[in-house]
Every structure is written in C-alpha cells, then in structure tokens.
Design a protein around this ligand. Structure first.
Ligand code: NAD
Ligand code: MG
Length: 390
C-alpha cells in the first residue's frame, strides 16, 4: 500500500491526485492532506478520504480545523504550520509525497520530502526554479525517486526510462499551448483582464499557473525545471508552440530518433505515472482519439516579442546563481498584483525584468543565499509595482 501525503490538497493538482488515489483503494491511500487556508474544503476532503492527518498552513486556523474535524466525527488529527508539515512529510506517516503547493511557499516541504528519501511527485515547479541544484542533490543523496508532475516533464520522464536512454539524449523540446493569447501582438495584450488570462484554452489549473501560461512565464519556469530534472544545458532545451496540447513534449536522441508522449490534457495521467511507476495504473483519463481531436497536430515557434517572459527565463538560466530565484519571486509578486488588478498584463514582464536588472546574479552556494535572494526580489518587486501600475 502506497501511503501518500498530498500537499496542496485543495488545489487543482491536489484534486486530481485524490481522484486517482480514490480509484485504487487496494494500493493507494491518502494519509496526510495539507492546504493553505481553506479549512472547510480541507475538512470535506478528510470526510471523503479519511487521512490520519490534516495540516493547515496558517496556525491561526488550527482551532477551526480541530473543531470542524471533531464536529464531523472524523478521527483525522489536526496540525498547523510548516514545522508540523515538515515533520509529517519526513516521518512514517507517508512514503510518497505529492508536492502541489503553489509558489516558493512549497520549497520547504518539497525539500523535506527529498531529504527523507520519499517518492516525490513534484508539481511545485517553483521549488525547482528557486533551488533546483539543492533539491536534486538532496533527492539523489537520500535515494528519493523524483517523478515530475508537469505534463511536459512527465512526458520526457516517460521517454527516458533508463540510463542508456539518458546517455543518448541529444535535446529536449518542451511543447507549449501558447495560452489564451496565442497569436496576439504585444500591443493587443495591454488591456487583457485577469478573467481572460486565467481562461486557458486547454488546461484547467489554479490561477497563478494560468496567468503564467498566458505570459509564457510558465514555459520559462519549465525550461529551468527541465534543466535541473534532466541535467541539460540551456542550449539543448527548446520550446515549440503546439496549440492542441496533445503532444506533451519530445525527446531527441543522438541517432536521429525523436520520441514523444501524447495524451489528452489531463494531469491525472502524469499523477498515475507518478503513483504507479514503473507500472501503469488507470487514471480515469480516456485514451487519445486523434481523429476526434480534429486530426491535426500543429507546431509554431514562440513569439518572444509578445511574450518576453520566456526570454527572461532563458536569460536567468544562463546567468545562473540567484537569477532564477529572483525571476521566480518577482514573477510571483507581479502575477499576484495582476490578479488583484493593481498592474496590467504587460507590467508582469516589466516588473520581472526590472528585478533581474536591479539584483544581478550572485553565486548561489546555499539555501540561505537563495531564500535571501527570493526575499530581496519580492521586496524590490513590491516597491516598483506602483511605477508599473495599470
Ligand atoms: P492551486 O492554486 O489550484 O492550488 C494550490 C494549493 O496550494 C491549494 O491547495 C492551496 O491551499 C495550497 N497553498 C497555497 N499556499 C500555501 C501555503 N503557503 N502553504 C501551504 N499550502 C498552500 O494550484 P495548482 O494549479 O494545483 O498548482 C500547484 C502547483 O502545481 C504549482 O506549482 C503549479 O505550477 C504546479 N502545476 C500545476 C499544474 C496544473 O495543471 N494545475 C500543472 C503543472 C504544474
Ligand atoms: Mg506544464
């Protein structure tokens, strides 16, 4: 029986993970559920999945969580705060961790899972962007199996089953849907609203990653994510816009072969790969009928003029050190401000570019250095937001 901690249980990935878990009561069990601030939603999940432990991030909400679990007649133990979460993730309560908290807030628990040698289903891409070297080294040191839960990286993972395949790897091509604004010019993007930005044409996701998909920062974060997961330099990672979102990425080998993984755009496939690997288990996702999907697979290059975030991410990866941490933190602040209508859509790349220029890359030799760079970038981005106000 695989005993699973789902971090970010109330979110889009968390919901998909619990859907797959519930399909396999004989082999998968949710033992820890964690969320940020949504007590009622967390308690509802506990009623359905009966985990041993529930964790709410905000300690002020612990009494509410405890009372609500008791009132519902549930035996689930209530916990709060990141120390409690780290202890549960590291201890005997689970052998598998779905890291699906959004943003750099997920770094601590993701690292704890890696250090404890757990099977790590890694959706929290921001932790890889922020501290990819440390995270991958911690996972390797503790023997943790990392399965990427990002459709592109999960596709590449499936195409690189062993060390021989890895040795023959030439380059990887990440596919991108292009988001809701594909084909628009830069000037046509000035007035887009948060509602338009989160209305993704192919994927149903949380608000932050939906905006990242609309700016193409999501693809930029994924380039950095791929660099850490698969050990490839920037020059050997390409991006291809593929509006149907059926080819989830491609892997090219030295012999001229290219392998791809295809499927409907539904994260339950990647999660089922993560839970079952190397076995294949049912995910609830239907097989792919290419004719029913319109019978076409189209590809085009990304437009770096309209979507400069992708360029900024490539540049941050090339600069190395603290630059990706600064990129990620400034982006989190800018996206949040955009969702609150404090800045316009085009101000997102402007804020990130400003932060990268103001805080040049420094060597990132420790977690403290990276966390400090993240904090400095957040402070800088907050400060300059007003000058980029919509
Ligand atoms: P979401 O906004 O739907 O859910 C986020 C979850 O994190 C919620 O459960 C929330 O309660 C929790 N959370 C937020 N702040 C927290 C904090 N400080 N402490 C503890 N918990 C906190 O987001 P999502 O779309 O599920 O994305 C989650 C992660 O997965 C992101 O890093 C995203 O980039 C990645 N991802 C998502 C998808 C997708 O299809 N949704 C695909 C690939 C990667
Ligand atoms: Mg992705």
């Amino acid at each position: 029986m695989r005993r699973i901690a789902v971090l970010g249980a109330t979110g889009s990935i968390g919901t998909s993970a619990l859907d797959v878990i519930a399909r396999h009561p004989d082999r998968l069990q949710a033992t820890v559920l964690a969320a940020g601030r949504q007590v009622d939603a967390l308690v509802a999940l506990c009623a359905r999945h009966a985990p041993a432990h529930a964790v709410i991030a905000d300690p002020a909400l612990l009494p509410r969580l405890r009372d609500a679990l008791r009132d519902a007649g549930l035996a689930t133990q209530a916990h709060a705060g990141s120390d409690a979460l780290d202890a549960l993730v590291s201890g005997d309560a689970c052998d598998t961790v779905v890291a699906a908290i959004v943003g750099a807030a997920g770094l601590r628990s993701t690292l704890a899972a890696a250090r404890a040698g757990k099977r790590l289903l890694l959706a929290n891409k921001e932790s890889l962007v922020l501290a990819g070297e440390l995270l991958m080294a911690a996972a390797a040191g503790a023997g943790a199996t990392v399965v990427p839960i990002d459709s592109e990286h999960n596709a590449i993972f499936q195409c690189l089953p062993d060390a021989h395949a890895h040795a023959g790897l030439q380059r990887i091509l990440l596919t991108a849907s292009g988001g809701p604004f594909r084909g628009r010019s830069r000037s046509a993007l000035a007035a887009v609203t948060p509602e338009q930005a989160v209305a993704h044409p192919k994927w149903s996701m949380g608000p932050k990653i939906s905006v990242d998909s609309a700016t193409l920062m999501n693809k930029g974060l994924e380039v950095i994510e791929a660099h850490h997961l698969f050990g490839l330099p920037r020059e050997r990672i390409g991006v291809l816009v593929h509006p149907q979102s059926l080819v989830h990425s491609l892997v090219e080998f030295v012999d001229g072969s290219t392998l791809a993984q295809l499927g409907l755009p539904d994260m339950r496939t990647a999660l089922a790969v993560g839970f079952g690997w190397p076995e294949r288990i049912a995910s609830g996702v239907a097989g792919l009928d290419l004719l029913a999907q319109g019978g076409r697979l189209d590809f085009e290059p990304p437009d770096l003029d309209a979507f400069p975030c992708l360029r900024l991410a490539f540049d941050a990866l090339a600069a190395g050190g603290t630059a990706p941490a600064v990129l990620n933190a400034a982006n989190e602040v800018a996206v949040s401000a955009f969702l609150q209508r404090r800045i316009g859509f085009l101000s997102i790349p402007a804020v990130v570019e400003d932060a990268l220029a103001a805080l040049p890359a420094a060597p990132a030799d420790s977690l403290e250095t990276l966390v400090a760079a993240d904090a400095a970038a957040r402070r800088h981005a907050e400060r300059v937001l007003t000058s980029f106000a919509a």
